[in-house]
Every structure is written in structure tokens, then in C-alpha cells.
Design a protein around this ligand. Structure first.
Ligand code: SAM
Length: 277
């Protein structure tokens, strides 16, 4: 069997008697037109290794393979899907590796070295919402060079990731993401696009890390500074950053101590982080 002969996702789920498990954040994309669009938006996939988190019944996985990904490494915590994914793996003739495990715990560098050495890597996933933000932080602050991430989040989280200074949603997540990468929302989807439908809308965010990523120590300092500044976002920096140096710290990097965190651009936070290293 090849990819185009596989049964529909709905047929496969019914045949295996598989129902979504809420505890695993399961909201499936069973419409291949949508998963193909996401795979196309993820960028050229030829010669690329794709890491997918949570393949579930494999709709996005199938689209990634059809779009020509050189290799897909799919990490799934719910073992019930492994037989379905094995069928997909056979049709993909060796281009799919399924890892049964927790994406928060896997070592991406080791997986890539074992299954797709030397290839550039993109991460593409319809993320389980309960662990989406910790996964993003893991990839942004980790050591594996990632060419791009094309990730489905709850829309509200997507807006926070791509927010700009002055936006209501601008906060820690925007600053930490944009200190490392360019981020923008490239697609939104209503709840009814998923089975079962979540109560909220969703958004696909494109995150492209820049070549000059801040060093790990600077990112750790940035986490401290943004934690303090946005922990008390209505306060002036001189008071929210008191324990880190307050007014003198702000003045040392040319920031107005009476400004609030919500208007400080990413570069301002990087300067503060540099100063508290
Ligand atoms: N990719 C599929 C799709 O688009 O139809 C499923 C997406 S569903 C929103 C999230 C998937 O992530 C589920 O298959 C779930 O079992 C899996 N999952 C949840 N937590 C996980 C974790 N910590 N590590 C790996 N997979 C996880």
C-alpha cells in the first residue's frame, strides 16, 4: 500500500475503536485538506527532518510525508495510536519513525542523530494544549538548531506568542520567543475543524529562529527579568525590578524607570538581561 491508498482517518479510527482521550489533549484534524495546507506552510520539506509531536491518528503526519519530508520523527504519548501509525510508516517506505514517549522528556538531538543525521530540522505539530507552552520554551531555549517551527496552539496563546509591545497580550511569552525567533500567526481555525471540537479557536504560529540566538545564560537571565517585570505588569519598572537593581538597573541600559513592562521592546529586555548576568 502507498500513501494515497490508505483508508480515511475517520475509517481508521472507527476500525480500531479509538475515541479521543481528553487527558492527552486530543483534538484531531481529520480533514486532509487542512493538514496538507499546514504541511505546505511549514516550508520546503525535501531534505528536511521533521519532528512532529503527537501524531495521534496521523492526519498531519500523512500530509508531511505526502509533501515530501525526507524523514518524520513522530513522538506520541498515547500508545493506542502506534498500530495505526505503523500502517502509515509502511506506506511511507522507511521515512517515518514513531517514538512512543513524552515529548517533554525526549532528547531531540539524540533522536535526530539516530534517525536523520545531518539534516536540517523543522518542528511541525498540532500540539496538545496542556503542554504546548512548556514544549515551545524547551525548543526555544534548547541547544538543537531548529530551522522553523509551525505549531498549532489555542488562538489566545498564539496571540501571546506573536504580540508586540503595547498589545494587551504582550508579556513573557512574546519576549522570550521573539528574543530567539521571528513569530507570526499564519492561519486560524475554528473549533469545528477538530474532532472532537475544543471550546476555543486555534492558531498556527510560524516561528523561525534567527541565526544569532542568545546564549543559554542570557536566556536564563531574560527569564528572570521578564518574570519580575511582567509578574507586576501594572507597576513601573523601578519597582517591579527592585530586587534586580530597580532604578539604577534601568538607567544603566537607557530605559525609563517609570515605564511599564508592557511597552518595553524585546531589545530593552535583552539589555536588562545582559546587565544582570
Ligand atoms: N496530530 C494529530 C492531529 O492533528 O489530528 C493529533 C493532535 S492532538 C491536538 C495532540 C496529540 O498529542 C494527541 O495525539 C496526544 O495523544 C499527543 N500528546 C499529548 N501529550 C503528549 C506528550 N507529552 N508527548 C507526546 N505526545 C503527546
Amino acid at each position: 500500500m502507498n500513501l494515497s491508498d490508505l483508508p480515511s482517518l475517520r475509517e481508521s479510527l472507527t476500525a480500531q475503536g479509538l475515541l479521543a482521550n481528553k487527558g492527552f489533549g486530543q483534538h484531531f484534524l481529520l480533514d486532509l485538506n487542512i493538514t496538507r495546507k499546514i504541511a505546505r506552510l511549514a516550508g520546503p520539506l525535501e531534505d528536511v527532518a521533521v519532528i512532529e509531536v503527537g501524531p495521534g491518528p496521523g492526519g498531519l503526519t500523512r500530509a508531511l510525508l505526502e509533501t515530501g519530508a525526507a524523514h518524520v520523527i513522530a513522538v506520541e504519548k498515547d500508545r493506542r495510536f502506534v498500530p495505526l501509525l505503523a500502517e502509515l510508516g509502511e506506506a511511507a517506505e522507511g521515512r517515518l519513525t514513531v517514538i512512543e514517549g513524552d515529548a517533554l522528556a525526549v532528547d531531540e538531538a539524540a533522536l535526530l542523530a539516530a534517525h536523520a543525521p545531518g539534516r536540517p530540522v523543522r518542528i511541525v505539530a498540532n500540539l496538545p494544549y496542556n503542554v504546548a507552552t512548556p514544549l515551545l520554551i524547551k525548543w526555544l531555549t534548547g541547544q538543537t538548531a531548529i530551522a522553523s517551527m509551525t505549531l498549532m496552539f489555542q488562538k489566545e496563546v498564539g496571540i501571546r506568542i506573536a504580540a508586540r509591545p503595547g498589545d494587551d497580550a504582550y508579556g513573557r511569552l512574546a519576549v522570550i520567543t521573539q528574543a530567539v525567533a521571528d513569530a507570526s500567526i499564519i492561519m486560524t481555525l475554528p473549533g469545528r475543524a477538530f474532532t472532537p471540537p475544543p471550546k476555543v479557536e486555534s492558531a498556527v504560529v510560524q516561528i523561525v529562529p534567527r541565526a544569532n540566538r542568545p546564549a543559554p545564560a542570557l536566556l536564563a537571565a531574560l527569564e528572570r527579568v521578564t518574570g519580575a517585570a511582567f509578574g507586576q505588569r501594572r507597576k513601573m519598572l523601578r519597582s517591579s525590578l527592585k530586587t534586580l537593581g530597580g532604578e539604577a538597573l534601568c538607567l544603566s541600559v537607557g530605559l525609563d524607570p517609570s515605564a511599564r513592562a508592557e511597552v518595553i521592546p524585546v531589545e530593552g529586555f535583552l539589555a536588562l538581561a545582559e546587565a544582570v548576568l
